[in-house]
Design a protein around this ligand. Structure first.
Ligand code: GRF
Length: 199
């Protein structure tokens, strides 16, 4: 079983981040969260990292207006903290070219739908669940996938489904999907560490 040296990128709430940190702490996952990076200085995610004593960095275009400079700063932080696998969890900024190249095949993301349904540019947060309800889908779920250049593309690594209920609202669906996201992200990382999923 391989120990995973993780780094997380997240912009707001950070509940997936917390689920992964908790599973590292209680031994469900053979991994460590070495660093948390956010483009949002006021994010709850950065606060969660600080509460856990995990190095937390605000790195954004506000500090580095040029993407190439931002990438260089991010890569330096990742190297400093020995990050081998980048976990995106609600990261609202597109990754730069240099970062994608440096960590090719070692960046994963979670999306709150059964990709390829309801993915792509502009499909995030409640917009995804609105689209599920509007299209009358009978099931939805979450997907963990490898990250390539474009939004929500890249090989699908794992998915978990839930049924859409007649009584579901955007809020109820969002809450149930988020719950399975937490389980799926941890389970997928565990499979990666056991060599059952190859990146
Ligand atoms: C999750 O629904 C995730 O699928 C999406 O953004 C949301 C992040 O939530 N990419 P949180 O910050 O992990 O609470």
């Amino acid at each position: 079983m391989k120990h995973l040296n993780l780094g997380a990128f997240t912009s707001h709430r950070g509940s997936n981040l917390q689920a992964i940190i908790d599973s590292c702490k209680d031994g469900r996952l053979n991994a460590s969260m070495n660093v948390v990076i956010s483009n949002n200085s006021g994010s709850q995610a950065l606060q969660r990292a600080k509460n856990e004593g995990i190095p937390a960095y605000h790195l954004s275009n506000r500090l580095y207006p040029l993407n190439a400079d931002l990438d260089r700063a991010i890569i330096a932080v990742l190297h400093k903290h020995n990050v081998e696998l980048i976990v995106l969890a609600g990261y609202m900024k597109e990754l730069g070219r240099d970062l994608l190249e440096e960590y090719k095949g070692s960046i994963i993301n979670i999306h709150p739908s059964l990709l390829p349904r309801h993915g792509g540019k502009g499909m995030y947060g409640i917009k995804v669940h609105e689209a599920v309800l509007q299209s009358g889908d009978k099931k939805t779920g979450a997907t963990v996938h490898l990250v390539k250049g474009e939004y929500d593309s890249g090989r699908i690594l794992s998915q978990r489904e839930i049924a859409v209920r007649d009584t579901d609202t955007v809020e109820s669906l969002a809450a149930r999907v988020l719950e399975i996201e937490h389980e799926l992200y941890v389970a997928t990382l565990a499979q990666i560490s056991r060599g059952e999923i190859l990146l």
